[in-house]
Design a protein around this ligand. Structure first.
Ligand SMILES: O=P(O)(O)OC[C@H]1O[C@](O)(COP(=O)(O)O)[C@@H](O)[C@@H]1O
Ligand SMILES: [Mg+2]
Ligand SMILES: [Mg+2]
Length: 342
């Protein structure tokens, strides 16, 4: 391997003598300390006991599993060593105040992909670093993030990170404990033939998403004139990691089910980190029409629809949403619709 840049070296080089950047670096480092601990736990699987046991409910109404709470505690403990004033977590109704005078705040989903815990499928941790501006800290749009990323606990433990200077991928070297950069300045392919969506919700989608997926399914005989592949891991971190490597779009639209009027994912600690990582890799992320990083959260746990990944595909999906639904209907008139949306 030619590139042997460790995470520490990368952050030190980026931060230099800048005190603000050094604070961000220490915060990212703390999350990676937590990630190393969590990777070891996840790597032991069922030997660790029932990590997937349901033990409560969070502010979003989701069932909390044992590992959700354990990872939350591990991350908060690690962040005590960082210049972090407040932590907003999927697994805590209220913001935790660590040191009011500290310059930064951290939004996190300590365990992403909870439904996959006991199935030995990749899961992860998402985080976004924000300036601490007091009580309204987590109501800042994602464009204010100073750094963002996620860790995937998969066959390899991988860190995806952006400090606003491109998107970098590091792998955890289990022998040395160091995160080592393996992919510098990742670029998401602009075009794709692959999408990711939970197709079991199809009957609940809005017309725009229904029409988009229908056009993909029509393959080379439809308006797209090419065959599409579909992949859905069911862990946002794993699906987006694949998209960073080979392109694609991740889709979690709003739908008609109760509680899904704004989709499933949480804006502040799921959509925003993913959006910054994707944009910094040349991709895009919207709620269908509006750039995710421009959305102003109404509260810490607010949800948002997510369309993220290959830039051209995200932009194309935006056209299904911006055209009047009748014209983007799921009628079998592929040729007509294709002319309209191509
Ligand atoms: O079960 P569904 O509806 O397919 O949703 C899966 C999505 O929900 C999530 O699990 C939500 O994250 P949490 O596991 O942190 O709640 C994503 O990782 C995943 O992409
Ligand atoms: Mg999640
Ligand atoms: Mg979670």
């Amino acid at each position: 391997m030619a590139d042997v840049t460790t995470l520490d070296a990368y952050l030190a080089g980026w931060a230099g003598d800048d005190a603000g950047r050094q604070a961000v670096s220490r915060t990212v480092t703390a999350m990676c300390e937590a990630g190393r601990t969590i990777a070891a736990i996840v790597g032991r699987g069922a030997l660790e006991g029932e990590m997937g046991a349901a033990i409560g409910g969070n502010a979003g109404g989701d069932t909390q599993k044992a590992l959700d709470l354990r990872t939350h505690d591990i991350c908060v403990e690690a962040l005590r060593a960082a210049p972090v004033a407040r932590v907003g977590s999927e697994e805590a109704d209220d913001v935790a105040i660590l040191d009011e005078a500290a310059p930064l705040a951290l939004a996190m989903d300590p365990l992403d992909g909870s439904s996959n815990i006991e199935t030995n499928v990749s899961i992860g941790t998402l985080f976004g670093v924000l300036p601490n501006i007091g009580e309204d800290t987590f109501l800042q749009p994602g464009s204010k993030q100073l750094a963002a990323g996620f860790i995937v606990y998969g066959p390899a433990t991988a860190l995806v990170l952006t400090v606003g200077a491109g998107t970098q991928i590091f792998m955890l070297d289990r022998e040395t404990g160091a995160f080592v950069r393996t992919h510098a300045d990742v670029r998401i392919p602009e075009t794709t033939k692959e999408y990711a969506i939970n197709a079991s919700n199809q009957r609940h989608w809005d017309e725009a998403m229904g029409a988009y997926v229908a056009d993909c399914l029509a393959g080379k005989d439809g308006p797209r004139e090419k065959n599409f592949n579909m992949r859905w891991v069911g862990s946002l971190v794993a699906d987006v990691f694949r998209i960073l490597i080979r392109g694609g779009v991740y889709l979690y639209p709003a739908d008609a089910r109760e509680g899904y009027a704004q989709g499933r994912l949480r804006l502040v600690y799921e959509c925003n980190p993913i959006a910054m990582v994707c944009e910094q890799a040349g991709g895009a992320a919207t709620d269908g029409q509006t750039r995710i990083l421009d959305l102003v959260p109404s509260k810490l746990h607010v949800r948002a629809p997510l369309v993220a990944g290959s830039a051209e595909e995200v932009e194309r999906i935006g056209r299904y949403y911006s055209k009047p639904p009748r014209q983007a209907s799921a009628s079998p008139l592929f040729a007509k619709r294709g002319l309209f949306l191509a």
